[in-house]
Design a protein around this ligand. Structure first.
Ligand code: SF4
Length: 133
């Protein structure tokens, strides 16, 4: 079983209320069992929601309390929700014994690069292998 960013499958969970279906991921869904998640929704944020970004570091720093996640438009601190979402994903990793994740790129939760997202960082620290789309 593989953890997957829900928006890559076509669910409308993105901050702007849209999805980001990925043909390659949908193709993989025919041969693998997926556990779809949206960390930001699991963290209690609404959809749609104001876009947010990590300031002061990356997802590893957020988890360590050295950086924050703030809403782009008004600077409201949403760190707690992002960390909660990451922890909920880790629960599913443990429950299902997941070792792999397919995550959406360029997200403050799921992104793997520039900077590493909060959930991606939590998964990497838990030894989950991530592929980004
Ligand atoms: S990138 Fe991650 S947090 Fe953002 S909408 Fe997709 S699943 Fe949710």
């Amino acid at each position: 079983m593989i953890l997957v960013s829900s928006c890559l499958l076509g669910t409308s969970c993105r901050y702007d209320g849209r999805s980001w279906p990925c043909r390659e991921v949908l193709k993989l869904s025919r041969s693998s069992s997926f556990v779809p998640v949206c960390p930001e929704q699991l963290g209690g944020l609404s959809t749609p929601r104001p876009p947010a970004r990590i300031v002061g570091g990356d997802g590893f720093d957020v988890l360590a309390g050295r950086a924050k996640v703030i809403r782009r438009e008004d600077g409201v601190d949403v760190t707690e929700a992002f960390v909660r979402g990451a922890k909920e994903c880790l629960k599913l990793v443990e429950i299902f014994g997941l070792e792999k994740a397919l995550l959406k790129a360029k997200s403050p939760s799921c992104g793997l690069m520039r900077p590493v997202g909060v959930t991606a960082a939590a998964l990497l620290l838990s030894g989950v292998e991530i592929r980004e789309f």
